[in-house]
Design a protein around this ligand. Structure first.
Ligand SMILES: Nc1ncnc2c1ncn2[C@@H]1O[C@H](COP(=O)(O)OP(=O)(O)OP(=O)(O)O)[C@@H](O)[C@H]1O
Ligand SMILES: [Mg+2]
Length: 210
């Protein structure tokens, strides 16, 4: 269970609070969906939860244990918005190996299988893949680390509707294995799931359906 207690966040370069008094608990393994207007603090919240930034005040617990940034970074996997823009490997295989030089071919195939990329050649360049396949690869890159919490920032952004539905299906499968935190401006895409819906407005989080 993930718990945030009274999180306040104001980056040194910001004149105002970006996140204000945020508290919530995850409900079993139900995915958490967070929506809200541009600039409301969604990406900042992902950065705080995953340990990429530190809050000015407040605490974050995982299964009852207080976790500092370093530990949060180790249990969280983050798929940022338009992740395919940040591929650095010359091949799919190299991309999966970034930061994990020693992963076996078997683990690579298992992960590619899990995200529905079992039919691609891992010697190909990531740029050769379709938009939906690239998004799957970006998710695979995080799954290699076997995160306990997977955070997805606008995972369907920029995809056409048929690919979008496929990615939603993939995310649904993944939700059985780890806690998902999904930022989206299309919460309706997840409407018939067992989820907790939150909305961020000017840095303040409100639960509206859980
Ligand atoms: N490091 C920083 N320095 C200064 N301001 C920041 C910093 N990080 C975030 N902010 C400000 O905090 C607010 C929230 O930003 P954030 O990127 O979290 O919003 P968002 O909800 O993800 O927006 P979008 O939907 O456009 O991605 C914005 O006003 C942004 O300018
Ligand atoms: Mg954002």
């Amino acid at each position: 269970m993930l718990q945030l207690k009274e999180i306040y966040y104001q980056p040194a370069t910001s004149e105002k609070l970006v996140l204000e008094d945020i508290s919530f608990k995850s409900n079993n393994q139900q995915p958490i969906i967070i929506s809200g207007p541009s600039g409301s603090g969604k990406t900042s919240l992902i950065e705080i939860i995953s340990g990429l930034s530190a809050p000015n005040k407040g605490s974050i617990l995982w299964n009852g244990q207080l976790l500092k940034e370093r530990k949060r970074r180790s249990i969280c996997g983050v798929v940022f918005q338009f992740p395919e823009r940040h591929f650095i490997g010359l091949t799919v295989s190299q991309e999966l190996k970034v930061g994990h030089q020693r992963i076996s071919g078997e683990l690579q195939s298992n992960i590619l299988n899990k995200v529905g990329l079992d039919n691609i050649n891992n010697k190909d360049s990531p740029e050769k893949l379709s938009g939906g396949q690239q998004r799957r690869l970006a998710i695979a890159v995080q799954l290699i680390r076997n995160p306990e919490i997977l955070l997805l920032d606008e995972p369907t952004a920029g995809l056409d509707w048929s690919v979008r539905d496929e990615i939603i299906q993939l995310i649904k499968t993944l939700s059985k294995e780890q806690l998902l935190i999904i930022i989206t401006h299309e919460p309706d895409l997840f409407a018939n799931w067992e989820i907790c819906n939150y909305q961020l407005l000017n840095g303040v989080l409100k639960k509206y359906n859980c």
